[in-house]
Design a protein around this ligand. Structure first.
Ligand code: G3P
Length: 217
């Protein structure tokens, strides 16, 4: 299972990398807008920091705009993946880019039918948004389950699922139980995944007892 980190914050990326937990990075315009630096400078820094796919989203709307922007974005690092929202123009662009050997990530996936079309277009990855479906009382995990079932039915579908819009550790656990290949996790949730009150209590107890042993000698 691969863990990508869902942030454009370099400090948070470096921290997660120091733990040895970052296989890739996902960004989007919202995450980039939270940062001070301009997107190009920041993505270049992230790319030199992390060995693995760095997902950067296009903001162009038309097929032509998306292709033009994708060509520029790929020069920002060695493993840039072009994130493209799923719609007709986007799917056309994914098809062309995949034929040119450029890696793509079809994002804002909310239905199995969108996932089928993204795979048909040759997407390298898709990002189904788990949390945003839960937010509107649809079961996000059920979407992941259905997409996995469909993709497993067809050998020609090589598209990998990046479980996205993760809101809490249980999302990661449930996705892992389904065998999800990649989960992109916000830094705060990565920290929550490490924590357990019984671990903290256990460490305090062990340290206290170790101190008692030293004092006896
Ligand atoms: O990777 C997609 C993710 O950033 C969206 O998450 O929490 O804005 O739904 P969220």
């Amino acid at each position: 299972m691969k863990i990508f980190i869902d942030t454009a914050n370099l400090k948070e990326i470096k921290k997660a990398k120091a733990l040895g937990l970052v296989d890739g990075v996902t960004t989007n315009p919202t995450l980039l807008a939270r940062e001070e630096e301009d997107p190009e400078t920041l993505i270049r820094k992230i790319s030199s920091e992390v060995k693995g796919p760095i997902n950067v989203e296009v903001t162009g709307i038309t097929y032509e705009e998306i292709l033009k922007e994708a060509k520029i974005l790929t020069t920002w690092g060695e493993e840039i993946v072009i994130k493209i929202p799923v719609n007709e123009e986007g799917l056309r662009a994914v098809k062309t880019l995949s034929q040119e050997g450029i890696k793509t990530n079809v994002t804002l996936i909310f239905s199995p039918s969108q996932a089928i079309l993204a795979a048909k277009a040759g997407a390298t990855y898709i990002c189904p948004f788990l949390g945003r479906l839960d937010d509107i009382s649809f079961n996000g995990l059920e979407l992941i389950r259905q997409i996995r079932e469909i993709y497993q039915n067809y050998n020609e579908f090589q598209t990998k699922i990046i479980v996205a819009s993760v809101r809490h550790p249980l999302h990661v656990i449930e996705a892992a139980k389904m065998g999800a290949e990649i989960v992109t996790v916000p830094p705060a949730i990565l920290e929550q995944m490490v924590k357990h009150p019984l671990t903290d209590r256990g460490i305090s107890q062990f340290l206290e007892d170790a101190r008692k042993i030293r004092e006896k000698r």
